[in-house]
Design a protein around this ligand. Structure first.
Ligand code: ITT
Length: 190
C-alpha cells in the first residue's frame, strides 16, 4: 500500500519507516514534488497535523498522513508544546532549544514532561486522527547522540537513560511516535 508521509524531517521518516515495515510503501514529499515548508499555523498539534495532511491531499489527491509532535513540560504549563520546533529560535535549532529548556527549568523541582504525537491520516478523502503519548522527566544535562530534537534531555518513565542513549528500535518501542504509528497501522489494516 502506497502512502505519502507529509514531513520534511528525515529523522521522523526513518523512525516511521522502521515501525511500518514492508507492508506500506512510504512516499516522501520530495518524491511528489513538494519541496516547500508546509505552513504550521495551527494553535494545537491536532490542527497542525491536519493542516499538513490536507496541504498534501488538496494538491495531489493522494492518500497521506502527517505527524505533529510537541514536548509538553508540566512546570512550564505545557510549553514548548505546539511551538517545540521554534522554541528558542525561528529555525529548527535543536541545541538552542535544549539549552533554553534547561534554562527555563533551572531551580524547578518538577521536571515531569510528556511527548505527544498526533497523526492525521487522509484516506480516500476521509480524515482520521490518532495519538501517541510517552511520559517522562527532563534530565539536568544532555546525554546521548542518537535520535533528534529534545531526545538528549528526555528520560522516559521506567528507563534510566534518555531517548538519545537508546537505539532506534528501543525508542520506537515506547515512544510517542512509535505508539501513534502503531495506532495508525491498526486504522490502515482495520
Ligand atoms: P515536519 O513538520 O516536517 O514533520 P518538524 O521537525 O517541524 O517536521 P514537528 O513540528 O512535529 O516536526 O516537531 C516539532 C519539534 O519537536 C521538532 O523540531 C523537534 O525539536 C521536536 N520533536 C519532535 N519529535 C521528537 C522526538 O521524537 N524526539 C525529540 N524531539 C522531537
Amino acid at each position: 500500500m502506497k502512502i505519502v508521509f507529509a514531513t520534511n524531517n528525515a529523522h521522523k521518516l526513518s523512525e516511521v519507516r522502521a515501525v511500518l515495515g514492508d507492508s506500506f510503501e512510504l512516499v516522501t514529499l520530495r518524491q511528489i514534488g513538494i519541496t516547500e515548508d508546509i505552513p504550521e499555523t495551527g494553535a494545537t498539534l491536532d490542527e497542525n497535523a491536519s493542516l499538513k495532511a490536507r496541504y498534501v491531499y488538496e494538491r495531489t489527491g493522494l492518500d497521506c498522513f502527517a505527524d505533529d509532535t510537541g514536548l509538553e513540560v508540566e512546570a512550564l504549563n505545557g510549553a514548548p508544546g505546539v511551538h517545540s520546533a521554534r522554541y528558542a529560535t525561528d529555525g529548527h535549532d535543536f541545541a538552542a532549544n535544549n539549552r533554553k529548556l534547561l534554562h527555563e527549568l533551572e531551580g524547578k523541582e518538577n521536571r515531569r514532561a510528556r511527548f505527544r504525537t498526533v497523526i492525521s491520516l487522509i484516506r480516500g478523502g476521509v480524515e482520521q486522527q490518532v495519538e501517541g503519548i510517552v511520559n517522562g522527566t527532563i534530565a539536568t544535562e544532555e546525554s546521548g547522540c542518537e535520535g533528534f530534537g529534545y531526545d538528549p534531555l528526555f528520560i522516559p518513565d521506567g528507563k534510566a537513560v534518555t531517548f538519545a542513549e537508546m537505539t532506534a528500535e528501543e525508542k520506537n518501542a515506547i515512544s510517542h511516535r512509535g505508539r501513534a504509528v502503531a495506532e495508525l497501522v491498526k486504522v490502515l489494516k482495520g
